[in-house]
Design a binder for this molecule. Structure first.
Ligand code: GDP
Length: 365
């Protein structure tokens, strides 16, 4: 049988295993443009203004960038760092310098030190194999840091072309629109699309000066994003829209917190302690005894513990366990939020949907 590929992400479509990658109901195979369930949900419940690419096309585009002499500007969402990370870019981009930009700075509480965020981004990038020429923080929506970034781009590009790359939902379109405004009204008249050699994909071509250009490349869907597991309405609840207000919980050992039904933290051992939760303030945090936690989840997922409402398509939570060794440590659930442990010595377990990254870092506050 011929393999049908999803037009959204390029994965081979299968109709048997609802839990596995590439699942689509059999009716999807009869469509002219077949799409897997995850991409379907992303597309229909979550507005994407960007065109998205199959993995193959993405590789073609980024390896073509490697053949150019250019500056690459890579956008990530600092609230969903791992979920919005474009994998492998450093391998494809060749010798070209990569300027790393963290967007959505406005979501972090004022108490977060931006220099710590930059330091953390550099460290994470290094672990993921990328050594950026510089790291900038911006809020594309609020227009923060744009001027400084525009200056840095101009400095590092040194007369060369610029390619802007990023996953869908990182705010790439918002950023590009800001830059266009910044460069002046008349620039927008000159925006065209141009085709990249070897691909059928259009790039948005924004002229910078007489002979160099900035190209906006299409975004790629990253399957590790929390956004894939909730409906559009729920995503508005999960993704904070404004500055996060931290919430403090005093917990005894053997207590559990549920973040809606999307994630869970078990406080296993370490005496009475305070934990600071940084999540969208629309997410309901529910406290229970650890011994009752499994039962509660089985009985109340989709109701008291929601989002998600649609529990049929929601993956099992995966468990990660840590011993907090240093005071002021964060455990980050990509795309959902993080918990700050002010003191060392807590033994905890954190659960998140399989595929969503859970990481530990030195606290940003
Ligand atoms: P793209 O898919 O990467 O082109 O992303 P968009 O520009 O369409 O933005 C994706 C979502 O992120 C939209 O809901 C935007 O409103 C939101 N967004 C973009 N930039 C920012 C920002 O600086 N701060 C916040 N809080 N949200 C942003």
């Amino acid at each position: 049988m011929e393999q049908v590929k999803c037009v959204g992400c390029g994965i081979s479509i299968q109709t048997e295993d609802k839990e596995a990658l590439g699942y689509a109901p059999p009716s999807a195979l009869t469509k002219e443009l077949p799409i897997c369930q995850r991409c379907f949900r992303l597309k229909h419940y979550n507005e994407i203004h960007d065109v998205s690419l199959t993995d193959d096309d993405y590789r073609k585009i980024v390896s073509a960038i490697g053949d150019e002499d250019a500056l690459v500007v890579k956008i990530v969402d600092i609230f969903d760092f791992n979920g919005s990370w474009l994998p492998g870019l450093h391998r494809y981009a060749g010798k070209n310098p990569i300027l790393l930009v963290g967007n959505k700075l406005d979501l972090l509480p004022k108490s977060v030190n931006p220099n710590k965020v930059i330091h953390w981004m550099k460290k994470e990038a290094k672990e993921l194999g990328l050594k950026p020429i510089d790291v900038h923080l911006i809020s594309a929506e609020k227009g923060k840091g744009i001027e400084e970034l525009a200056e840095a781009i101009d400095h590092y590009r040194d007369g060369r072309d610029v390619y802007v790359v990023g996953c869908t939902n990182t705010g790439k379109s918002t950023f590009i629109n800001r830059l266009i405004k910044q460069f002046g009204e008349e620039t927008s008249d000159f925006i065209t699309t141009s085709q990249f050699p070897g691909t059928t994909l259009d790039l948005i071509d924004i002229p910078l000066d007489g002979n160099s250009h900035m190209f906006d490349t299409p975004g790629i869907i990253n399957h590790h994003q929390m956004a894939h597991y909730v409906s559009k309405q729920e995503l508005n609840q999960v993704m904070p829209k404004k500055e996060i207000k931290p919430m403090v919980f005093q917990l005894n050992e053997q207590q559990t917190l549920y973040f809606g039904g999307l994630a869970r933290m078990d406080y296993i051992k370490g005496g009475k302690q305070s934990f600071v939760c940084h999540f969208s303030n629309l997410i309901n945090i529910h406290r229970t005894k650890l011994e009752n936690a499994d039962d509660l989840y089985d009985k109340h997922l989709g109701e008291m513990l929601s989002p998600p409402k649609d529990i049929e398509n929601f993956p099992k939570l995966k468990r990660y366990e840590w011993m907090i060794k240093e005071s002021k440590t964060d455990i980050v659930i990509s795309g959902l939020g993080w918990i700050t442990f002010p003191e060392a010595g807590a033994k905890v377990a954190v659960y998140a949907p399989e595929g969503v990254s859970v990481t530990i870092r030195k606290s940003l506050i």
